[in-house]
Design a protein around this ligand. Structure first.
Ligand code: SUG
Length: 415
């Protein structure tokens, strides 16, 4: 039985604000602020709890080893000796944003009936470019059976940022869907992170039917406004596309093709006149989880920043009152992640498969989340000032904290 599982990246103990991501406005704005790794990770756990409460199936990915010693060795240095900017790149907890872990094509879409996952090379940003080997190891463990095909990264000539630039529309999760690969051409002052050649390669590797595969460019205006990934301005669930009017370079052509190819297609579009791009980016209205829980009421799991942004809150209230496609909005507090440009949707990777095929160590229920919260509460640093990330005592604490979590999950093999 195919279900949608949300695998959330647990916020790692090295979570800090180093301002590493050009084009990610929150990351730039909060550079140098003191972070709260423990609160950040507990906010993530609470989000998972609330989604389990809706009846959704929940999974996890564990934090990566930080410092990234192997990467520093390749650069001829160590965490103690590295210049500060390199050390910051080696200490980032950015793998928490699991939407960038991989691109996923579920079995109804693929030529061989397996669920395909391609790990993202994340080559545009130095601090993310070294994530993929540890992500791949985790994917290979979690999705080890024959039901899955796990691919290495596409060559670094072509940037790939995973599911954040990929949408799937289908009448239901178990039916063949239309996969939309969204790429960037130019972002004005900011980098376009997803290259069309990477998207096309993934579509080929996943053996997708070209008749049900679309490629759509992000609008330059959206990237320049801070939509460094498409999931900052659009999200899909079932036959519904929820997007900002200015998300795509050729919006009309995309909508026309989706209407022709997706049975029951429905567009929920937010006009710029009602929610300007700047408010969409600030509030992360579209970086929400859009899901259909067992009660059938399509639910938007949105950051509390949406409630606090008047234009966005007003749009939500109007939509709910109009009995539109989205029937319920749940607000979640993930402010620590938001301050680095990661909303509820960034924190999760959606995999549609039979939960029985997944290594159970990567699935969680309330009781397991309680245990995780306990480990996090007793081992995660309460605060990190980016200037101090090379301090030996802090580095040791961070490594100990991760080891404790892996031990609690019976995943020490990832050490
Ligand atoms: O890649 N932030 C991440 C946020 C990723 C959000 N993911 C999705 N939209 N799916 C990024 O820009 C900030 C790190 C720092 O500045 O310390 C960072 O990497």
């Amino acid at each position: 039985m195919i279900r949608e599982i949300n695998f959330d990246g647990i916020v790692g103990p090295s979570h800090n604000y180093a301002g590493l991501s050009l084009g990610n406005l929150a990351s730039a704005r909060n550079a140098g602020h003191v972070s709260q790794p423990r609160a950040a990770a507990l906010q993530g756990i609470d989000k998972m709890r609330s989604n389990i409460g809706l009846g959704l199936v929940q999974g996890i990915f564990v934090p990566q080893p930080r410092p990234a010693h192997a990467w520093l060795i390749e650069l001829g240095t160590t965490i103690g000796e590295a210049e500060h900017h390199l050390a910051a790149n080696a200490m980032s907890a950015s793998s928490m944003w699991a939407a960038n872990a991989a691109t996923v094509s579920p079995s109804p879409d693929t030529g061989d009936g397996r669920c395909h996952l391609t790990v993202a090379n994340l080559k545009t940003m130095p601090h993310r470019s070294h994530e993929w080997p540890a992500t791949l190891a985790q994917l290979q463990l979690a999705f080890a059976g024959n039901a899955f095909a796990v691919h290495g990264p596409v060559p670094p000539a072509f940037g790939d940022e995973g599911a954040a630039n990929h949408m799937r529309l289908a009448p239901s999760h178990g039916e063949p869907g239309v996969e939309v690969f969204v790429y960037g051409v130019t972002g004005g002052p900011f980098p376009a992170r997803q290259n069309i050649e990477a998207s096309k390669a993934i579509a080929r590797l996943h053996r997708l039917d070209p008749g049900r595969t679309l490629f759509a460019a992000q609008s330059e205006q959206a990237i320049a406004a801070g939509a460094f990934h498409n999931d900052v301005v659009a999200v899909a669930n079932g036959p519904v596309l929820f997007s900002h009017e200015k998300a795509f370079a050729e919006r009309d052509a995309l909508v026309e093709q989706l209407a022709a190819k997706v049975p029951g297609f429905e567009l929920v579009e937010v006009p710029d006149a009602e929610v300007p791009l700047a408010d969409a980016v600030k509030s992360y209205l579209f970086n929400a989880q859009l899901a259909t829980p067992p009660d059938g009421a399509m639910t938007l799991v949105a950051p509390t920043e949406c409630r606090d942004t008047p234009s966005v809150n007003a749009w939500i209230e109007r939509h709910l009152a109009s009995n539109g496609a989205i029937r319920r909005v749940n607000f979640v507090d993930v402010r620590q992640s938001m301050a680095n440009g990661g909303g509820p949707a960034c924190l999760r990777l959606r995999v549609q498969c039979d939960p029985a095929d997944v290594d159970p160590r990567f699935l969680v229920d309330e009781a397991k989340l309680d245990r995780l919260a306990q480990v996090i509460g007793s081992t995660w640093p309460s605060e990190i000032a980016t200037a101090e990330i090379q301090a030996p005592a802090l580095v040791a604490d961070i490594e100990r904290a991760r080891a404790a979590l892996l031990g609690a999950l019976d995943l020490s093999v990832l050490d």
